[in-house]
Design a protein around this ligand. Sequence first.
Ligand SMILES: NC(=O)c1ccc[n+]([C@@H]2O[C@H](COP(=O)([O-])OP(=O)(O)OC[C@H]3O[C@@H](n4cnc5c(N)ncnc54)[C@H](O)[C@@H]3O)[C@@H](O)[C@H]2O)c1
Length: 346
Amino acid sequence: MIVTFEQEKSIIRTLLQRLNASEEEASATAEVLAEGDLRGFASHGLLRLPYIIRALKRGTIIANAKVGVVRETPATALIDGGHGLGHHVAMRAMRLAIEKAKKQGIGAVGVHNSNHFGIAGYYAEMAVREWLIGIVTTTTDALVHPWGGVEPLLGTNALAIGIPSKPSPILLDMAMSVAARGKLVEALKEGKPIPEGWAIDSRGRPTTDPKKGLEGALSPFGGVKGYGLAFVLEVLAGPLVGAAAGREVVGTLEPVEGYCTKGDFMIAIDPAAFGSADEFKVRVQRFVAQLKGSRKAPGVEEILVPGEPESRTREKRLREGAPIADEVWAELEQLAKELDVKLEKR
Ligand SMILES: NC(=O)c1ccc[n+]([C@@H]2O[C@H](COP(=O)([O-])OP(=O)(O)OC[C@H]3O[C@@H](n4cnc5c(N)ncnc54)[C@H](O)[C@@H]3O)[C@@H](O)[C@H]2O)c1
C-alpha cells in the first residue's frame, strides 16, 4: 500500500475533524505524521493514528484543547497543552520559542499536559526554516533500562538538533534506545530474531528474542553515555517543565486511565546573537566540506551529515509516495468505517 503525502494528510485531517479536532489541530497532526512516513520513520507516521483516534474517543486526548502559557519570561515560557493533540501543542511551543529567539537571541519553551508529538526533528526544522538553531526533546513511557539496571525506567526520549546550513540543513533526530520499540514488534510479527544489544530480557540478560526483549527493556544507545544522555533529557523534558519522569510517564504508547504525563522541551537560538550569521553559515559549510571530502572507510562511497539519509528518502517519497504496512491500513479502514468515512486508495 502506497500513499502520497497529500493523500495521507487528507486522510488524517478528515478522521480527526470527524472527532471534533479543529482545522489547526487536524492539519498540524496530519503534517507531522505524514512527514514521519516521508522520512522513513514509519513508527511515527500513519501507524500512530489509531492510537490518537482511540485516545480522542476515550477523552484522554482532548479535541479543541485549551493550550495556554502558564509562566513566562522574555526568553522562556511554560505551556499547558490542555491534553490536546501533541503535534499541535508542540508546534505552538516551537513557534513561541522562535518568536522569543528572534527578539532575545534565545527562546526556551517547556510543555506539560500534552501528548505524543511524533518526530522531534519536525519542530527543530521549524527553527531551521527561520535560520535559527532548533533543539527539541521529549519523554515517553519508560522503555529503556538504566546502565546496570534491569527495569525499564527511561523513555526513548527523542533528541533533535537542527542547524541552518546550505545547501541543505543539518538535522540530527534520534531516539535514546539502540532500536525503536516498533522494530521489536515488527521482528516479533515476522518471527525473526533481533540483533544482540537491542534489548535485555526481564532478568537483565541480553536477548535476541523480540518477545523477551519487549517483556524486558530496550538498551540505551552508546552504553553508559547514551544512558546518561537519556537521563538528563528526561529531567529537562520532565521535572523541569512540570511533567513526570521514569515509570510515572504514561500514555505515550496507548491511551491510559488518566491523561498522558509526558513533557517536551524546546530551544531556539539565533546564531546572530553570537556573531555574524553569515560567518556562521560559511564556517558550518567549511566544516561540512571537510567531512565530505575526508578519506572514506573501505566500501563507503559517501560521508553523510545527520539528516541527509532522511532528506533523500523524503525527496523520493514525495515523488513516489510512502509505503504503509497492510495491518496499519486495515486497522485504519476499520476505524474510519466506525466514523462513517471511506478511505480512498490510490
Ligand atoms: N515523540 C517521541 O516520543 C519519540 C521518541 C523516540 C523517537 N522519536 C522519533 O523517532 C525517529 C527515529 O529515531 P531513530 O533513533 O530510530 O533514528 P535513526 O537511528 O534512523 O537516525 C538517527 C540519526 O542518525 C542520522 N544518520 C543515520 N544514518 C546516517 C549516516 N550514514 N550518516 C550520517 N547520519 C546518519 C539520521 O539522519 C538521524 O539524524 C526520530 O524522528 C525521533 O524523533 C520520537
